[in-house]
Design a protein around this ligand. Structure first.
Ligand SMILES: *Cc1c(COP(=O)(O)O)cnc(C)c1O
Ligand SMILES: [Zn+2]
Length: 441
């Protein structure tokens, strides 16, 4: 049936029937399989992620004409307010069995932030309140684990900079799946506890994320677990598209003129691009000009440095040094494609220092009442630079993707927000030490 060999690992269906390639044959799904981003070769929808001919990354491919006939705005709006209202464009065959409540986070019209940034209109896509673990990773994990179950896996795992570990641990717990999460040993307390509490197996590695990731590739090959961002990465990555779909719906079925996303591997940014193109392709939105901008922390900014140097060649960062640990990936898997997306859409890229990240967190908090983690500080501070540099014109509109909650990275701003003023429980003390002190002329 297929004019090529896949090697022994993926020849046999991983669901219970053990028939060769049956995962593809029996699929009534609207996704048609996997396709190599480089050479276009097709593969069945199993747990593989690299083209065995050219080593290009595999990506989920869909039957867009069929989807166009099936979905309408009305149908989408009639469904529950979760990311799965866009299920035709997500790569599972049945209904989601993990993370069915994820998504549909608020899109906040941020007038005070717009004023502070010096731009006409600003929106915040607030994934700090994503369910259940307060980051956009709940989107990717809900797709990855639902698909992992369809493929017959019972143990799930990941290489993580923190948020992915939290989400895999929580969603695996509620689905009754066994889980292992591997993290760099120097993560924030909140991220470590935020995995341990679910009873997952947390393995901390001496070293940076790249070393964690390399080890995970070896484990995945050896034990046959579903590593959400290794062997089932093509499905996992598609979950990020839901953030783009929701933004378009929440803007009243319009593409954002400008959008800023922070980058670790660069996957989210490329999937926002894919989501906008798909919505046009299936007739959910009219085409219009849009620009996708990327943001990184200067202490680990391989994508931003390459973009600014006007090259495609990404120089790995061996020793990331930034408070934005969730973005500290020295060898970004999708960096090349992220640069392509930014260039193709006439977007731009910026990176910001640790003090700028702290300021970004405080600016968002004080203007909009949203407490973002360091990655959100990166997005806000980078947007400020992009506006100042004219890359985002002052008379236009921008959406900021705020991807994780600040309570998980408290270390980053401890000592930067002051202390509570301590008094005894006496009105006279309040009068004197607080009210009168605050109202002295
Ligand atoms: C993982 C993550 C990102 C971006 O990840 P990509 O690898 O670029 O898709 C952004 N923000 C937060 C908070 C994250 O945890
Ligand atoms: Zn290929």
């Amino acid at each position: 049936m297929f004019p090529f060999s896949l090697g022994e690992v993926s020849r046999v269906c991983l669901t219970s029937c053990s028939k060769t390639y049956c995962a593809m044959e029996k699929s009534k799904a609207l996704f048609t399989g996997l396709k190599c981003r480089e050479c276009g070769r097709l593969y069945p929808a199993v747990a593989i992620h690299v083209c065995e001919f050219c080593f290009g990354p595999l990506e989920v491919d869909y039957d867009y004409p069929a989807i166009k006939k099936l979905i309408t705005r009305e149908k989408i709006l009639s469904r529950p307010r979760t990311m799965w209202r866009f299920k035709e464009l997500l790569p599972i065959e049945g209904e989601p069995t993990v993370g069915a409540q994820v998504g549909c986070t608020p899109l906040v019209k941020a007038d005070r932030l717009a004023k502070a940034l010096g731009v006409r209109e600003c929106f915040v896509k607030n994934d700090t309140v994503n369910y259940p673990t307060l980051s956009f990773k709940d989107r990717v994990v809900s797709v990855a684990l639902s698909r992992a179950r369809e493929l017959g896996f019972t143990t799930v795992a990941c290489a993580s900079t923190g948020n992915l570990a939290n989400s895999v641990a929580a969603n695996a717990a509620s689905a009754g799946l066994k889980s292992y999460v591997l993290i760099p040993a120097d993560l924030e307390q909140g991220k470590v506890l935020g995995s341990l509490v679910f009873g997952t197996n947390v393995v901390a590695i001496h070293g940076a994320y790249d070393q964690v990731n390399r080890l995970c590739s070896e484990i995945a090959g050896k034990y046959g677990w579903a590593f959400v961002n290794v062997n089932i990465r093509p499905y996992y990555a598609e979950g990020s598209k839901s953030m783009g779909y929701e933004i378009v719906e929440q803007l009243g079925w319009k593409l954002p003129r400008h959008i800023v996303a922070c980058m670790a591997s660069g996957s989210l940014l490329t999937k926002l691009h894919k989501s906008f193109n798909e919505m046009v392709k299936v007739g959910l939105v009219d085409p219009s000009e849009f620009h996708i901008h990327g943001a990184q922390a200067t202490g680990c900014s391989p994508i931003s440095q390459a973009f600014k140097a006007n090259t495609d060649i990404i120089k790995p960062v061996a020793h990331p040094k930034t408070i934005a640990k969730s973005l500290a990936i020295g060898t970004p898997a999708d960096g090349f494609y992220a640069i392509k997306s930014m260039r193709e859409t006439g977007g731009s890229c910026e990176d910001v220092t640790d003090p700028e990240i702290v300021e970004g967190i405080q600016l968002l908090a004080s203007c909009e009442g949203i407490f973002a983690e360091t990655a959100g500080g990166v997005t806000v501070a980078s947007t400020k630079k992009l506006v100042a540099a004219g890359k985002i014109p002052r008379n236009e509109s921008v959406v900021l993707c705020i991807t994780g909650h600040g309570l998980k990275t408290q270390e980053a701003i401890a000592g930067h927000c002051g202390q509570p003023r301590l008094i005894n429980a006496r009105l006279s003390e309040f009068d004197e030490k607080i009210y009168q002190a605050d109202n002295k002329k």
